[in-house]
Design a protein around this ligand. Structure first.
Ligand code: NAI
Length: 395
């Protein structure tokens, strides 16, 4: 079929297999251009099909020849209907890995469930024995609790009072004011249940119980802080409470891994265009201004550059550098004082008329479409393409 982008709100409901493959090959080329990393050899990535999790899987496989198992929740294709981009990404990743005899298998299903945990444990037992690294990179709006069956929904709301600020509809370029009403009822608890650390801890406990963690094992989950500007809706909002919980869970997990000298870390990453971040009001405007400045300063990074820096300059150093709260920081360039000052100045000036000039709206939009395999050079989007792509190592 001929596949075109079809957008609905902040999502794109189609994906292009050839474009997704291009996206993967570009990331693989980047990692290969950096030489060999002395990292983990057996890696489980939970949330492995897009964004930071996908970049972590690519960095492990092509940076240190690691065997990887990826867990994710994606839609397969059906005749005349494309798969989600994470499906095509994984197919392309596995194809490239297998070509170089690098072990890669994948599990598609709800990572919050007992069933998927058990399936993953079985696969590790059969194929890998023990694992050295677990990357926890889930971003989900809902979670069905495995013990109670209750389905929780996360929210992106300020706490205490409403929040009004500018945002951009990146499809039309319109900058307008929005007001987000504060959380009510169980919003905070629900968001913590979905995006906090409970499921991360459940995964590590389940793996530990089966004796599947190697000595010196590491696990990393991803967090975000961001500037003052977005604090009411992000770090001081409902999602921020979930991130507080995730960050404190790192200490609980580390305590539970003492016998094997294991360690759990949270890495605070930079704001980037991913399927998850484009859903958060205000953030797309912030990102388009931030990109402009970071590109001008020569310090712009995407997921793959960020994760390469995490692996090569943080996680595998003798003493892992952290901030006072014990967090790894790879948002250091985003949070540089000079960069933040410039962004807040531009924020005041941002309007529908000025944004195309003072911000990188075009960069934002291109990256958004890239997530779904569109707008890549060298791909002929007018050509017929087979949507029925399979993932070779899907278990
Ligand atoms: P993403 O949306 O690109 O990736 C999410 C992954 O989770 C996908 O592989 C998806 O298939 C998987 N997933 C979602 N629900 C699932 C479920 N029930 N079972 C199995 N897999 C499931 O998200 P992104 O942006 O890479 O986020 C990953 C982590 O990084 C999140 O914790 C996010 O808060 C954090 N982060 C994101 C930043 C950003 O700007 N995008 C900045 C800093 C941290």
């Amino acid at each position: 079929m001929i596949i075109e982008p079809k957008t609905r709100g902040f999502i794109c409901t189609t994906a292009h297999p050839k474009g997704c493959e291009k996206n993967i090959l570009n990331q693989i080329d980047y990692i290969k251009s950096k030489g060999t990393l002395k990292n983990a050899k057996k890696v489980l990535v939970i949330g492995a099909s897009t964004g930071f999790g996908l970049a972590s899987r690519i960095t492990s496989a092509f940076g240190s020849n690691a065997s990887t198992i990826g867990v994710f929740f994606e839609k397969p294709p059906s005749e005349g209907r494309t798969a989600t981009s994470g499906w095509y990404n994984t197919a392309a990743f596995e194809k490239a890995a297998h070509k170089e005899d690098i072990y890669a298998k994948s599990i598609n299903g709800d990572a919050f469930s007992n069933e998927i945990k058990e399936k993953t444990i079985q696969l590790i037992k059969e194929d890998l024995g023990k694992i050295d690294l677990v990357i926890y990179s889930l971003a989900s709006p809902v979670r069905t609790h495995p013990e109670t069956g209750v389905r929780y929904k996360s929210t992106l709301k300020p706490i205490g009072s409403s929040y009004t600020n500018k945002t951009v509809d990146f499809h039309t370029g319109e900058v307008k004011e929005i007001t987000i009403e504060p959380s009510t009822g169980q919003d905070i608890e629900n968001t913590v249940t979905v995006m906090g650390g409970e499921d991360w801890e459940m995964w590590i406990n389940a793996l530990k119980k089966e004796n599947l963690l190697s000595s010196d094992f590491k696990t990393v989950a991803y967090s975000y802080i961001g500037p003052e500007l977005t604090k009411p809706v992000y770090r001081n909002g409902t999602i921020g409470k979930a991130k507080d919980h995730l960050e404190s869970t790192a200490f609980t997990i580390t305590n539970s891994l003492k016998e094997i000298n294991g360690k759990a870390f949270v890495s605070v990453n930079k704001a980037l265009v991913t399927q998850s971040s484009s859903a958060i009001p205000v953030i797309p405007l912030y990102i388009s201004l931030l990109y402009k400045i970071m590109k001008e300063e020569g310090v712009q990074e995407g997921c793959i550059e960020q994760i390469y820096r995490l692996f090569s300059e943080r996680l595998y150093l003798e003493n892992v550098p952290t901030d006072q709260q014990g967090r790894i920081r790879i948002d250091d360039w985003e949070m540089r004082d000079d960069i933040q000052e410039k962004v807040s100045k531009l924020w005041n000036e941002a309007s529908t008329e000025t944004l195309p000039v003072i911000g990188d709206l075009e960069g934002y939009t291109t990256e958004f479409f890239n997530l779904f395999g569109f707008k890549f050079e060298g791909i002929d989007y007018e050509n017929e393409v087979d949507e029925m792509v399979y993932i070779p190592g899907l278990v």
